[in-house]
Design a protein around this ligand. Sequence first.
Ligand SMILES: [Zn+2]
Ligand SMILES: [Zn+2]
Length: 459
Amino acid sequence: MNERHQLIIKNAEIHRQEILDAERWLWRHPQTGYTEWEANAYLIEKFEALGYELVRADMDPEFGKIPGFYTDIDTGKPGPFLCIMGELDALDIAGHPESVNGMTHCCGHNCQAAGMLGLALAFKEPGALDGLSGKIRLMLVPAEEMIQLAFREGLREKGVISYFGGKPEFMHRGYFDGIDLALMVHTESLGKDLDFLGFSGHNGCMSKVITYEGKSSHAGGAPHLGINAQYAAMLGLQACNDLRETFLEKDFTRFHPILKGVNCAVNIIPDEMVIESYVRGSSLEAMVRENMKFNRALAGAALAMGARVRLSDRPGYAPEVHDMQFSALCEEACCELVGKDRVSFPDTLHPASSDFGDVCAVMPGMQFYCAGAEGAIHGTGWYITEPERAVMNAVRVQLLITEKLMSNGCAAAKKIVAEHKPLFPSIAAYFEAVNRLMLDKDAVIYDEKGNARIDFQNG
Ligand SMILES: [Zn+2]
Ligand SMILES: [Zn+2]
């Protein structure tokens, strides 16, 4: 590591305790997507105390009030605009021993957010921007986890948001206009031997709310007068499960429904059953194709039982395709920091999904994992056991990556931007494509004789 790299890492090192304190504070204040007001207020205060001017998503006159903000750092010299992101939201996971009001940071976003404060502190140190060109946007983004779909649909109907994910919502608001490339480091449990892990990308996803409607009646005395929505739902899921062998391996299709339960008692035939699910896939085309089959199966099951089914599909996250040149630069920075044998960047896809994929759909982007947690991610045994690795390593490597991208007249960043081939030519073209996933249908329409018409596709 050369002298300059040692200096920029020292710029974070001198704020080590404040950064690690932020990680603990954020862990103790977990809130789910679009309700992260405590973390938002905490970080706004810290950033403003450092003299940063913020653009706040809760003070945007054109849009609804949601948590999240960004600030720009201008080196004063021309060059590409790099956006570095940290996520604010926690998970709805009441079974975690340290959950607060049923929520816990079981995806480690508290480390990302603390890391962003680390970057904000380091970039204010004397000499931090020496030799750099271009601009840096530090962005705190809400609502990465695609959960609580009914709550988000309510926000959408009220016009507070247009998209369920924080990053597509920020894209819609224009907060990514003019950005040339994007970076994010996510915490993971990677064991003792590995500090950094990067994939070629992530699966995309779309969200579904499936509502079966039947007819209530006495479960013992008059079941013949009812239509059991729960049975219709189970039949629908059985049909979806039986489609699994038709999936192509290359598509990485995932369908993982949860039954949200019935508002009913055990002696009543249930007249409603709500299911939430994703359809995941490695391409938009695969997601659309497999989702059509799921919707047909769900409608067929309703018809079999004489029930109705409402299908509500929403855009989720675009398949995340990393820029390989940017990935190689990140891998190089990781190796410089911790040594080659503690870094792995396999050329494979990770089957989880992230709204970082939406950003990567329109610009070169790279997200990779940093060790320091233990237990299964999204599980009740997840803890940040080594904040030194989870937070400080993430801060250090992001400083190094920024340096590599933006020093030397931004030569590396310029080359990545110039040679990148985005999935969509513009943010508008991207929205046009994902908006076509939006669907609201009563999928089985009966006539007076009991014959039915099936309607489960747009257009
Ligand atoms: Zn997660
Ligand atoms: Zn996450």
